[in-house]
Design a protein around this ligand. Structure first.
Ligand code: KG4
Ligand code: ZN
Length: 334
């Protein structure tokens, strides 16, 4: 069975081909042009998807070495995400499914991240605790066989990746900020300043406090010139201290989830799972607490269509397909 998957929920236009032999193609075209605005501009994103969707799908088919006529199912993200962006991929996917007379499989983007751990060996056993940390979402679930995702907790305000991006913007580091802060933090002292670690209820997160706290910290430094001079010496330290505050909360909640549920299989997925400090500290926690940790490689942790194809494979195995009037669902939850 050859599954062609399309993902266009935010600013990456992506297509992938998954065959019975494995992943045959995984093409991601990240849109340039958002960086100068310090974030994703929805109108620009949907226009770029329109421009990129045909070449990206063609590139995926080409790399996989299959013809359109050999596609057995079309998988596509239908939410959550930007409405205009989702509509481009969804409409294209529907048209392709009709044209090829093959089933359409609508996939929840968050489900895609959750199942991204099945794209590389070793894979977790069900049930597993899953921390999804991206630019749009931060949540903890227990993932059971049969698409049951028990929600343990989620962020009540900003997503972890959003906090990285906003702090990077305050520090003039460009967009997206996560990878830059990660790189700079390697040279910094994580104990340089104690930014707040907010924990709400049993498993809920909040990252707007730490973000605001960085803003106040920078404002207290004095004039623009004072701030520039300070950051000249301590930019890496501020990045490391901020990153440490976020990572501490994430790892602490994962440990608590393992402790409370007794489940020893843990996945960390989504763009922020690429963070080197998070990876290191999660590995240390896994060693200390005796759980198995699964973090997808970078190509599958940031937005991609391979994870959409993998989720569709799980759905097709149990006969789940979608009607052609499937609507884009910008606020779809997991
Ligand atoms: O999963 P993703 O590609 O898109 C969403 O679904 O949101 O995640 C993107 C987010 C951005 O906020 C980006 O800054 C963050 O992941 N990110 C990182 C790192 N790489 C990407 N955050 C921290 N450290 C990183 N190395
Ligand atoms: Zn994502």
């Amino acid at each position: 069975m050859n599954i062609l998957a399309i993902e266009s929920s935010c600013d990456d236009t992506a297509a992938a081909v998954l065959t019975d032999d494995g992943l045959a193609a995984n093409v991601v075209s990240s849109q340039l042009g958002h960086a100068e605005f310090g974030g994703v501009v929805p109108e620009l994103a949907s226009r770029a998807h329109q421009r990129l969707i045909v070449p990206v799908v063609q590139e995926a088919l080409g790399r996989a070495g299959i013809q359109k006529s050999e596609v057995d199912a079309v998988a596509v993200t239908y939410g959550p995400g930007l409405a205009g962006s989702l509509l481009v991929g969804l409409s294209f996917g529907k048209a392709l499914a009709v044209g090829l007379d093959v089933p359409l499989v609508g996939v929840n983007h968050l489900e895609g991240h959750v199942y991204s751990v099945f794209l590389s060996e070793p894979v977790p056993a069900f049930p597993y605790v899953c921390l999804t940390v991206s630019g749009g979402h931060t949540q903890l679930n227990v993932v059971r066989e049969g698409f049951q995702h028990e929600l343990l907790g989620r962020t009540r305000d900003d997503a972890a990746g959003e906090a990285f991006d906003k702090v990077a913007k305050m520090l003039d580091l460009g967009y997206p900020g996560g990878p830059v802060i990660d790189r700079l933090a390697r040279e910094g002292n994580p104990a340089f300043h104690d930014f707040p670690r907010t924990k709400l209820g049993d498993f809920d997160f909040s990252f707007s406090g730490v973000k605001t706290s960085v803003l106040y910290y920078l404002n207290r430094l004095g004039t623009d010139e004072d701030r520039r001079a300070f950051l000249n010496d301590h930019l890496a330290d501020v990045c490391a201290a901020f990153q440490q505050a976020v990572v501490d909360v994430l790892v602490d909640r994962v440990r608590k989830a393992v402790h409370d549920t007794g489940i020893k299989e843990v996945a960390i997925v989504g763009g922020v799972s690429a963070n080197s400090a998070l990876k290191r500290e999660a590995r240390e926690a896994a060693e200390a607490d005796g759980f198995n940790l699964y973090i997808p490689p970078l190509a599958f942790s940031t937005d991609n269509a391979a994870m959409i194809a993998m989720t569709a494979r799980f759905k097709l195995r149990v006969g789940q397909t979608s009607p052609l009037d499937l609507a884009a669902a910008p606020n779809l939850a997991l």
